[in-house]
Design a protein around this ligand. Structure first.
Ligand SMILES: NC(=O)c1ccc[n+]([C@@H]2O[C@H](COP(=O)([O-])OP(=O)(O)OC[C@H]3O[C@@H](n4cnc5c(N)ncnc54)[C@H](OP(=O)(O)O)[C@@H]3O)[C@@H](O)[C@H]2O)c1
Length: 223
């Protein structure tokens, strides 16, 4: 039975991913900032761990707790949204977004690389966004968010080169515009449908030394 770790699993796409991977027979290790109060997540029966991805000590503690445990799939899902354009930027918030969306997924990947290297599938996916596509950007909203996801894509692309010799494959994934607290009520994609698509893309991925950027339907996105 494959083992999959999902961050930010208490709500939104993360929670839907927990349910999807469990329904396909995976052992799911689900992390949340405050797992004890995560009612819906607790109801899934997933193995719960506490993780604040913005806190290096928290990542270190998670990795120590999972030492020696093989991981097949790692999904860096936790993230922060923001819609401000340059005229309304809050720079403290900008820094927080970079910490959570860009630096944290790399730090989590780095901390759990030994676990992935010991797993069979050796696939690490991160929830990026089409808003991080430089080529597709022709609107100004979400400046900090766009920068954070474009930076994440570059971090993953560079990491893919370094981790290839351990057989680890990296994926940057756009989940669609999804009805969550971040995506809002007007979003056209249900979390369960996004998670079902992401499951197929993640588990259907062939080993690769190069980072790929897909949406939840398997379409390649431009950098
Ligand atoms: N929804 C969309 O349309 C959309 C589109 C493109 C990409 N994405 C990406 O998909 C991912 C999930 O988005 P979502 O729509 O499910 O967002 P969401 O509903 O706002 O949920 C965000 C999740 O991230 C967690 N999180 C935030 N900061 C954290 C931290 N410091 N440590 C640990 N967990 C933290 C939240 O935990 P708390 O409950 O503790 O805050 C929550 O579980 C994000 O990376 C997002 O950028 C979403």
């Amino acid at each position: 039975m494959p083992t999959t770790l999902i961050t930010g699993a208490n709500r939104g796409i993360g929670l839907a991913l927990v349910r999807e991977f469990q329904s396909k027979g995976h052992t799911v290790i689900a992390t949340a900032r405050d797992p004890l109060s995560a009612k819906d997540l607790k109801a899934t029966g997933a193995e719960l761990h506490s993780l604040d991805v913005a806190d290096p000590a928290s990542i270190k503690a998670l990795a120590a707790g999972l030492m020696g445990r093989p991981l097949d799939f790692l999904i860096n899902n936790a993230g922060l949204g923001d819609r401000a354009d340059i005229t309304r930027l809050d720079y403290d918030r900008f820094e927080e977004i970079l910490r959570v969306n860009t630096i944290a997924p790399i730090r989590v990947l780095d901390a759990l690389t030994p676990n992935l290297a010991a797993g069979k599938a050796k696939i690490a996916a991160a929830l990026s966004s089409q808003l991080g596509s430089i080529e597709n950007t022709d609107m100004g909203f979400g400046l900090a968010y766009r920068v954070s996801k474009a930076g994440l894509n570059m971090g993953l692309r560079a990491a893919a080169c370094s981790l290839a010799d351990q057989g680890i494959t990296l994926l940057a994934l756009h989940p669609g515009w999804v009805k969550t607290d971040m995506g809002g009520d007007g979003a056209p994609v249900e979390p369960a449908d996004s998670a079902a698509g992401l499951y197929k893309v993640i588990t259907g991925s062939k080993p690769s030394k190069a980072l790929r950027f897909y949406d939840f339907e398997g379409k390649t996105l431009p950098w």
